[in-house]
Design a protein around this ligand. Structure first.
Ligand SMILES: [Zn+2]
Ligand SMILES: [Zn+2]
Length: 433
């Protein structure tokens, strides 16, 4: 008789048994509905891609490429890699499938396994599940605000209220060289206090030194020059409008001038949403966790050989999110249904963008799908977009209406138009569906 084989699952992976699988299914259903409620379409890309795609986007010097990728040759001799993150594959698919010539912005979400040869630790796996969204074709800061809002409101739906956005701006190709020079200048004279990894980073990508966990390196960075001090006027204005948008939506945020992202194609906005629970009595319930990280990557599509295309998005690890939900004594909501009809919120002028966000958010909370303009377009262009999106209604928020506290509700099937007090809109539409 053969002895028990004694096979074990590979290190850093997990088996999900039925009870836990039920929680996963609920969370995935919520993610699906939540993304659709903002007008995002699902994209599914292959689990493996040409290795070169990740080397190009993450940078040959990155930890991902140097230490963490699962790379193999197939029987045809092709060099392939199990995807370590989602954005590069989605960007590749955007180009390959001609989405660059579709009406912009293109808003996509994905959910699936990612693979990194990481040191396994609590809540960190070599195969982990990531949910992410990407907006291509919107350079306005309104798109950054929406991306942060999508994450924030997902946490709200799960009952996680103690979340804070950590926000920074790492500048653009115009202002970053001067910053990089200042940072390197500061560090070069103190190089003996850097760890071995950071000495290497100093030559290849000094911004990544901010990711170092070494005490001495962190101490040294306390006094280092910060990217926000070197922003060009355009980046500064962009950053301020992101902050204004978050303030208008009541999303708590703090400036975190040492927050960077470890990938080369990021520009301007970088953020992390952090769960900072108030004292709940247990140690596990008090742990602070980064639930989501993202930012703007205006350089990505060009890096992949496409036309200059702005992009912004986030990724979030769902193992960590589920663990946090459980620690707070919460459960993903059961059996969420489909969204109600799609409403397109037309807001006119920069000053009313926040009002557009607020209305769309109120509609989503009432179970509608709601899309608001992220390109600061004209009335005509927004109505055209509403038609194209197949919206059932357009809500028009103009300056004159806003002053009177009303919005115009246009039924896009009949063309009928009514003015409704802003506070009654959700109820009026609920009566119609
Ligand atoms: Zn700049
Ligand atoms: Zn270091």
């Amino acid at each position: 008789m053969a002895s028990t084989p004694g096979f074990k699952r590979p290190r850093g992976t997990q088996d999900i048994l039925p009870e836990e699988a039920e929680r996963w299914r609920r969370l995935e259903a919520l993610v699906h509905r939540h993304s659709a409620a903002f007008g995002y379409g699902e994209i599914r890309t292959p689990v493996f891609e040409e290795s070169e795609l990740f080397i190009r986007t993450a940078g040959a010097s990155s930890d991902i490429v140097r230490k963490e990728m699962y790379t193999f040759r197939d029987h045809g001799g092709r060099l392939l890699t199990l995807r370590p993150e989602g954005t590069a594959g989605v960007g590749r698919a955007y180009l390959e499938n001609g989405l660059a010539s579709a009406p912009q912005p293109v808003k996509l979400w994905y959910l699936g396994p990612m693979f990194r040869y990481d040191r396994p630790q609590a809540g960190r796996y070599r195969q982990h599940t990531q949910y992410g969204i990407e907006i291509f074709g919107a350079s306005s800061p309104l798109a950054d605000v929406e991306v942060i809002l999508v994450a924030h409101d997902l946490f709200e739906r799960l009952g996680l209220t103690d979340v804070v956005v950590h926000l920074n701006d790492i500048g653009c190709p115009r202002c970053r060289p001067a910053y990089r020079e200042a940072l390197v200048g500061y560090l070069v004279s103190r190089v003996d206090r850097l760890c071995a990894d950071c000495r290497e980073r100093l030559a290849r990508n000094p911004l990544r030194i901010f990711d170092c966990k070494d005490e001495d390196c962190r101490g040294l960075l306390e006094e280092a020059p910060l990217s926000v001090e070197y922003l060009c006027p355009e980046c500064r204005a962009h950053h301020e409008r992101v902050e204004e948008g978050l303030t208008a939506l009541g999303i708590p945020f703090v400036e975190d001038p040492r927050l960077v992202r470890g990938l080369d194609y990021y520009t301007r906005t970088v953020f992390e949403t952090v769960h900072q629970p108030r004292d709940t009595g247990t140690d596990a319930g008090r742990a602070e966790r980064v639930l989501c990280g993202g930012g703007r990557y205006d350089g990505l599509i060009e890096e992949l050989g496409g036309p200059p295309t702005p992009g912004v998005g986030f990724g979030m690890g769902l193992e960590r999110l589920l663990a946090t939900v459980a620690e707070q004594g919460l459960e993903p909501p059961q059996a969420v249904g489909e969204n109600r009809a799609l409403v397109f919120v037309v807001s006119l002028g920069t000053s009313l963008a926040a009002e557009g966000f607020r209305l769309a958010r109120a509609l989503r909370r009432a179970g509608f799908a709601a899309v608001n303009d992220l390109l600061e377009r004209s009335l005509r262009a927004q109505l055209k977009a509403a038609d194209r999106a197949g919206a059932r209604w357009a809500l028009i928020v103009g300056e004159e209406e806003a002053a009177r506290g009303v919005v115009t509700v246009r039924d896009l099937r009949s063309g009928r138009q009514d003015e409704v007090p802003t506070g009654d809109v959700v109820e009026v539409l609920l009566r119609e569906v």
